[in-house]
Design a protein around this ligand. Sequence first.
Ligand SMILES: NC(=O)c1ccc[n+]([C@@H]2O[C@H](COP(=O)([O-])OP(=O)(O)OC[C@H]3O[C@@H](n4cnc5c(N)ncnc54)[C@H](O)[C@@H]3O)[C@@H](O)[C@H]2O)c1
Length: 398
Amino acid sequence: MVLKLAIVGCGGMAEAHLRAYTAIKQREPGKFEFAAMCDPVLASAEKFANIATQSQNFKPRVYKSVEDMLSKEALDAVDICTPHSEHHKAAIACLNAGADVMVEKPFGITVKASKAIIEAARKNNRIVAVAENVRRGLSQRTAYWIINERKMLGEPRLFFAQHAGWENPAEERVWHWRIEKMLGGGGMVMDSGAHFADMLRYLYGDPETVYARVTQFEKWPHKKRDKIVYDEREDTWIALITFKNGLICTWSWSIAAPGYSYTNVVHYGSKGCLLDHGDVFHGPFDNAEVIIQDGLKKVTYSMRTLEREFLESLDSERRRRLFPHGIMNGVFVECYDFLDAVENRRKPEVDGEEGLKAKAICEAIYESAYLGQPVNYRDVLEGRVEAYQKPINEYFGL
Ligand SMILES: NC(=O)c1ccc[n+]([C@@H]2O[C@H](COP(=O)([O-])OP(=O)(O)OC[C@H]3O[C@@H](n4cnc5c(N)ncnc54)[C@H](O)[C@@H]3O)[C@@H](O)[C@H]2O)c1
């Protein structure tokens, strides 16, 4: 059966998905067809439909609204790449119409919104995947192998991920949905932070407690038509996260730290560390190093070498599952995993529960900062602590 796929939200990230699906189609032409493209800005949906037409012999239909699309199409799979405020609305409508969905990170705008998506999937016996691309890259898969399979670092102990930088608040900026709390749900803690939260769980399992300060030191004016509006997102946070496995982690980020910038990301275990060289959201990167303390000596391994060894250690079945068609691009892999899960009625690697659990780490940071005290991760995950999220939930009638 050829799956009928639609993309909802034809913006920046969706274009990467469109490229990935096109690359899948080149390799497996009969796997799916682009049936529809949906965006309130019809020109964006048209642009996507025209690109999709280059890889099949008909043009996908275009729609301005999910409701209109669902009333006219019988879809199998819908890939949702809208602003965060629309994730749960679009996903629930599609699930109720009988389609399986993949939702971009962060899964729902709040924990409650995420749970509402999971509940709609359960009720309709449908699949929910979360488009989490970062953990699927080669260096991230290798990091999992280094820490959890080869156990090169020994027992996980400490983890520091710190970035202090400075951006010019006076620079002219143009309004975007991300700057409004009711559209984005929060700032970088849960935007790029969603990747980091997923990676933390992937590498280390569930957290136990979170204590954080989240603040905005500067005013960040944005031009919205003829008005100036202000960014509602944090420009700084410092979080202390403890994990069930004993790991203690500091995660911090600022764009309001003038004078000196640095980024420091190190995972320490009882035998050595993984020293990363990148940002505090998307690593570990290909240029990371593992440094093992051997008595007074230090032995260094490059991530590139370890990536090769990791690939050599994989049997053909696992290699095919992790890197279908030998491709190591995370967006390709997540789109492939989604289609394959739909086709074979199996759980995708990052399903709704995984998306929710990553989401709850980010919300625990906001909740702790809002309450001015440490929070228990499970209390946030299970909805007992939701003071920060309450106005958002009320706004959306959740
Ligand atoms: N995985 C990653 O690396 C990554 C990177 C960037 C963004 N994202 C995620 O992708 C999603 C989209 O972000 P973006 O940067 O592409 O934003 P964007 O603003 O570029 O695109 C969003 C699109 O959704 C459309 N839209 C708005 N409301 C809609 C609705 N109700 N129905 C259908 N379409 C609607 C907009 O018109 C726009 O075309 C977000 O969840 C974001 O966090 C992920």
